[in-house]
Design a protein. Structure first.
Ligand code: SAM
Length: 241
């Protein structure tokens, strides 16, 4: 059963059997069972207009591959509209997904996710609807379904009551513009390797200080792009006092 604050997800795809897929297990799967989010798949092929049920055609201007037809994709969107929440098209050309976007999507009442196949979707249908283009990174997948799964997994874990410990999201990578500090658990000594003393001290302020310093150093070394944003905000905060 859907709870009043649950997220209604609609996935438009040529491969509805790929859903819920991994979203049906573990944290997301339990949240689905608990009604924290709901899933509806729309089979784009069911909107095909000919007896061969074709959904794609060759690109005008020539070139490799096939393009998803605007009339078919349009009918699939049209049949399920109007609707609240963003209409997301997953594409390598989109804005690269980050934790701030994930947080924004998690605050929506509904998400509609359009998965491309072949070379992608005819531009005119993307221009005809209020589409938000999102990429999951600078590489090319064979279809939008895996990208949709990645996006939804990141969103669902942020829904209220999905993560066991409400705090476990706040310290994670990207939440403060930093990567996460190193993690340790029992045993305190493993294969001759020990745990940093401060973590065994029980001194919460010192632990927090050590973690922040580690997170800053790891971010500075590994992600100069994140580091410059964080360093600028920190400098500004120091100036403000
Ligand atoms: N011709 C496209 C290009 O060069 O940008 C790539 C098409 S790809 C083979 C087929 C579909 O996979 C895309 O329409 C998109 O839905 C999905 N896809 C591939 N890579 C993606 C990525 N990095 N992020 C989001 N979706 C992606």
């Amino acid at each position: 059963m859907e709870s009043p604050s649950s997220l209604a997800v609609r996935v438009m795809t040529l491969f509805p059997e790929m859903f819920p897929g991994s979203l049906g297990t573990s944290l997301a799967g339990k949240a689905l069972k608990d009604g924290k989010w709901s899933l509806e798949t729309v089979d784009i092929r069911s909107f095909a207009r000919d007896k061969h049920r074709s959904v794609d055609d060759t690109p005008f201007g020539g070139g490799a591959g096939m393009v998803m037809r605007p009339d078919v994709v349009n009918d699939a969107i049209d049949a399920t509209w109007p609707r609240t929440g963003p209409l997301i098209y997953l594409t390598p050309r989109g804005k690269v997904l980050d934790q701030a976007m994930v947080r924004r999507f998690a605050a929506e009442p509904a998400l509609t996710v359009l998965c491309g196949r072949y070379e992608g979707v005819d531009q005119r249908v993307l221009d005809a609807w209020p589409v938000e283009e999102v990429s999951i990174g600078d590489f090319v997948l064979s279809g939008g379904e895996v990208a949709a799964t990645v996006l939804l997994d990141a969103v669902i874990r942020l829904l209220p009551g999905v993560m066991g410990n409400a705090e476990s999201g706040n310290d994670e990578s990207f939440e403060r513009g930093l990567l996460e500090y190193p993690l340790y658990t029992r045993p305190a000594e493993w294969q001759g390797r020990t745990v940093p003393e401060v973590l065994l001290s029980g001194h919460h302020a010192k632990v927090a200080q050590w973690r922040l310093a580690q997170a800053e150093e790891i971010t500075r070394q590994r992600r100069p792009d994140l580091w410059s944003g964080y360093a600028a905000v920190k400098k500004n905060d120091l100036k403000k006092g």
